[in-house]
Ligand binder design. Structure first.
Ligand SMILES: [Zn+2]
Length: 201
């Protein structure tokens, strides 16, 4: 998804399509420096073998210890556990492009609350989000390119604070959720690492 990366952040092959810039090769490039036949997934699998070798079963229940679900953007610069002081087992993390409260996020929150005991919801958007540079024209461009209009909305936005407010409102007004009293929204600053809380009104 090249559109979510500023052009300066990721050296690589030139992008030839304005809409869908699929990666043409999965091999790790010069910056990865681990050989042309080793894909990034191979690298992850190797890392997992080392992780598992040192892993001991923590004996945890699936129910999050802190009874909280965090909905956040998928942005690579946002390390939720580190930024929020979270440990393994503490929370549910639900992420997508923008941290948008879509029907599928409501689905996950509903299961999180009704089947797995969470009570609080934390929403995290961030500065410099890729969705700020998109518009709903993205769907039209997709349709022109592939001949099919996606069913989903792009959920692009211009005002990150307003988007957090809208997300809070969607959670608070969902008829499927049982706990909507503790819903708080924040903007994470990717340059300072600091969260800024957004007033819901
Ligand atoms: Zn984002």
């Amino acid at each position: 998804m090249t559109l979510f990366f500023p052009s300066h952040s990721r050296p690589g092959p030139p992008v030839t399509s304005t809409v869908v810039a699929m990666t043409t090769s999965a091999s790790v490039g010069p910056e990865g420096a681990i050989g042309t036949d080793v894909t990034v997934t191979d690298r992850l699998v190797d890392a997992n073998e080392q992780y598992a070798a040192a892993f001991t079963d923590p004996g945890m229940d699936a129910r999050p210890v802190l009874q909280v679900a965090v909905v956040a953007c998928m942005d690579a610069r946002l390390d939720l556990h580190a930024a929020l002081g979270l440990e393994l087992g503490d929370c549910h993390t639900i992420r997508n492009a923008g941290g948008v409260v879509t029907d599928d996020v409501i689905r996950s929150l509903t299961i999180s609350q009704r089947a797995l005991g969470t009570r609080s919801v934390v929403l995290i958007h961030h500065t410099g989000c890729g969705l700020e540079s998109l518009t709903e024209d993205f769907r039209h461009e997709l349709e022109m390119e592939v001949g099919q209009r996606p069913a989903w909305a792009v959920e692009a936005f211009r005002d990150v604070e307003q988007d957090v407010r809208q997300s809070m409102q969607r959670v608070r007004t969902s008829p499927f959720l049982v706990h909507t009293d503790d819903v708080r929204g924040f903007v994470f600053d990717v340059k300072t690492g600091l969260l800024r809380e957004i007033d819901p009104t």
